[in-house]
Design a protein around this ligand. Structure first.
Ligand code: SF4
Length: 325
């Protein structure tokens, strides 16, 4: 049961089987944590955490029906639709994020896919944020290959497009685009030479088999996503999928640990849901190999811990922000 540490593979591999991933989830908690922490420190300084800030540059009114999302026009969520922000306003937010210690600035737009005219504006935003000396990431929905190439030309570092959940559970969450649509966008991003940010959401009423399926789908990508956000569903039960809170925090920590072991060189990011997590749960996630967080009061439309409380938590845990590579 408890394989000695020398049997661990610290190198990335894409041939994980579901049975192997299930076996990791089933490990006794201390063994799982030990393995995840060992893999983590083989590739990273475990005291450093990368910090990103996420800004919604175009909020609400999205025609997609992602069952977890407050920005879908299919559900009554109280989120008002707005137009694409002006470039100057976005750059002012990026400057503030940099001053607050963020090294990466992520911009999200609630679109099924970007129109080419809007993409031109986003490219100007990307160029402006790059000029501030920050890493850039955008999440704009589905992308064609030429659109991905256009973003690369503007200097984009990362494109976020999540797989969300397992292929089997996917139809319970989204019906307006397929799993394959998502994989196609990821392929266009890869082919353009942009780093991939891709993860999922747990606590949506899925089973452990689905969490295994999600990690399997991510860890068997020919190249692992460079960033793997693990989100915990947050918010009121106004959308199609069940509200979170029902997921045992230790099951969330296990998901982080298994992501770390199976994708050893990726940045594993604690994303949505941190606001509802205790400091102890977050500390366990860092121990399990999470090494990236979003900082700032909002994640698109959902609340996030304040920068000051994150500073205090870092201090308590002896963590420091990861410098830019
Ligand atoms: S595509 Fe994005 S913004 Fe639109 S409903 Fe889905 S998650 Fe929300």
């Amino acid at each position: 049961m408890n394989a000695p540490i020398r049997d661990l593979s610290f190198s990335p591999r894409s041939d994980w089987t579901r049975a192997q991933i299930a076996a990791l989830f089933a490990l006794p908690f201390p063994e799982l944590m030990f393995r995840a922490a060992s893999v983590h420190r083989a590739h990273f300084d475990p005291t450093q955490v990368q910090t990103s800030t996420l800004l919604s540059v175009k909020t609400g009114g999205c025609p997609e029906d992602c069952g977890y999302c407050s920005q879908s026009s299919k559900y009554e969520t109280g989120v008002k639709a707005s137009k694409l922000m002006a470039v100057d306003a976005v750059l002012a937010e990026a400057r503030a994020a940099k001053e607050a210690g963020a090294s990466r600035f992520c911009m999200g737009a609630a679109w099924r896919e970007p129109k080419d005219k809007d993409l031109d504006t986003v490219c100007v935003m990307v160029e402006g944020v790059k000029a501030l000396g920050m890493e850039t990431c955008v999440t704009l929905g589905m992308l064609t290959a030429p659109q991905a190439a256009r973003l690369k030309q503007a200097g984009l570092d990362y494109y976020n497009h999540n797989l969300d959940t397992s292929p089997e559970y996917y139809r319970h969450v989204i019906t307006t685009r397929t799993y394959q649509d998502r994989l196609d966008t990821l392929e266009h991003v890869r082919e353009a030479g942009i780093s991939v940010c891709c993860g999922g959401i747990v606590g949506m009423g899925e089973s452990e088999q689905d969490r295994i399926g999600l990690i399997h789908a991510l860890a068997t990508q020919p190249i692992h996503p460079e960033s793997v956000p693990i989100n915990l569903l947050v918010g009121e039960d106004t959308r199609a999928v069940e509200s979170a809170g029902k997921l045992d925090p230790l099951e969330f920590v296990r998901t982080v640990a298994v992501a770390r072991i199976t994708m050893p060189k990726s940045m594993v990011r604690l994303s949505a849901g941190r606001q509802d997590m205790s400091e102890e749960t977050q500390a366990l996630c860092f121990l399990a190999g999470a090494n990236s967080i979003f900082c700032g009061p909002k994640l698109l439309t959902t609340p996030n811990p304040l920068v000051d409380s994150d500073r205090q938590l870092f201090e308590k845990l002896g963590l420091s922000p990861m410098p830019l590579p």
